[in-house]
Ligand binder design. Structure first.
Ligand code: X2X
Length: 342
């Protein structure tokens, strides 16, 4: 800006004509970059978005102003449309769970297969594996966004209003709300439950009215959204799926920023992801106690019960592994297997 002001008008115009297109594009910063998150900063994963936006604003002295739109409000709450809206230019910044985008970019939901990442040791080995994550990041690039960092949305636990869920049979006939992922639907039906696909915005009224009996979400979400007040009395902490929290920038937006700003934004996302993971794990460590204190019955499965859940989901696992990205998932399995021996 300052340099251009110093140039005489004609010289400025001539320079503009001579500039390569990419350089022109780099000058065109928007006043606001729109970031979609499903949940607001009162939740660890919405907080992860807020931390990122604040770091970017501070470190670019406001040159890059990311504004958070929680409740997936840029897509009227339809969180499964986030990725296609990003491709259409409606969303500039994603800070979300790829499971929500599985209808658009199925391969990105690789980490959500049931019991693929059984614990944080496995989770860390996978997201800390540079070769594996580079391969994943290349899939994100092919899909139209620049990936920056990976946080954690949290292990998803089932809750319901009817009875304690100790074994697959206990799920028979239970109406469970799942996000718009066909794989989650199949997992539930393979265990005997009756799944209904619904956005997060629709889920809460449906639980309150009893239109559905059950839902599955990390317990930090259960707590922040006060799901216990919606008649949910029983929780089973089965750790069946834990999606990453992907920080990514729409490709055209990314290429409009200078290399120096790209570096700042990437580092800000990495720092935000680290803080977000710390936060989500602190809540995870305390969640059984916190949920129990609300008068909710929390069941922590025995190893034998965990085995039963895995057996029940084995066929669904195999089918979705084949459909999502079998080679990549095979590599994830190898990394996880090593953590079992160690
Ligand atoms: O809708 C949900 O259940 C939530 C908030 O966990 C997701 O965005 C996947």
């Amino acid at each position: 800006m300052q340099r251009r002001q110093l140039l005489p008008l004609a010289a400025g115009a001539a320079a503009a004509v001579a500039l390569p297109r990419f350089a022109w594009a780099q000058g065109a910063y928007k006043a606001e970059y729109k970031m979609s998150t499903v949940v607001p900063p009162a939740f660890a994963w919405g907080k992860g978005g807020e931390i990122f936006a604040n770091l970017v604003r501070e470190r670019t002295s406001g040159r890059i102003n990311i504004k958070q739109y929680p409740g997936a409000s840029l897509v009227q709450g339809q969180q499964d449309r986030e990725f296609s809206a990003m491709r259409q230019g409606v969303i500039d910044v994603l800070c979300g769970a790829p499971i929500n985008w599985s209808g658009t970019v199925r391969e990105l939901s690789a980490f959500t297969l049931p019991f693929l990442l059984p614990d944080h040791k496995a989770y860390d080995a996978v997201i800390g594996n540079t070769a594996l994550m580079n391969e994943y990041f290349d899939m994100v690039r092919k899909a139209g966004a620049e990936p920056l960092a990976v946080g954690e949305t949290g292990y998803r636990q089932i809750s319901n209003s009817k009875r304690p869920i100790l074994k697959p049979d206990d799920l028979k006939g239970i109406k469970v709300r799942v996000v718009g992922s066909p794989m989650y639907g199949e997992i539930m039906s393979s265990m005997g439950a009756n799944p209904t696909f619904m956005s997060w915005a629709d889920a809460q009224p449906a639980l309150a009215s009893g239109a559905v009996d059950a839902q599955e979400n990390p317990l930090e979400v259960f707590l922040a959204a006060k799901i216990n007040t919606l008649g949910q009395k029983y929780v089973t902490k089965w750790n069946y799926s834990n999606d990453i929290l992907l920080y990514a920038i729409a490709a055209p937006v990314w290429s409009s920023w200078t290399p120096a700003d790209q570096k700042i934004v990437r580092e800000a996302a990495q720092d935000a992801a680290r803080q977000q993971i710390t936060l989500v794990r602190k809540l995870f460590a305390e969640d059984v106690q916190a949920v129990s204190a609300l008068g909710v019955n929390v069941h922590q499965p025995t190893p034998a019960e965990m085995q039963e859940w895995q057996v029940a989901t084995r066929r669904t696992y195999a089918r979705w592994k084949a459909q999502i990205q079998p080679t990549f998932i095979g590599k994830v399995e190898e990394v996880v297997a090593k953590t079992r021996k160690a």
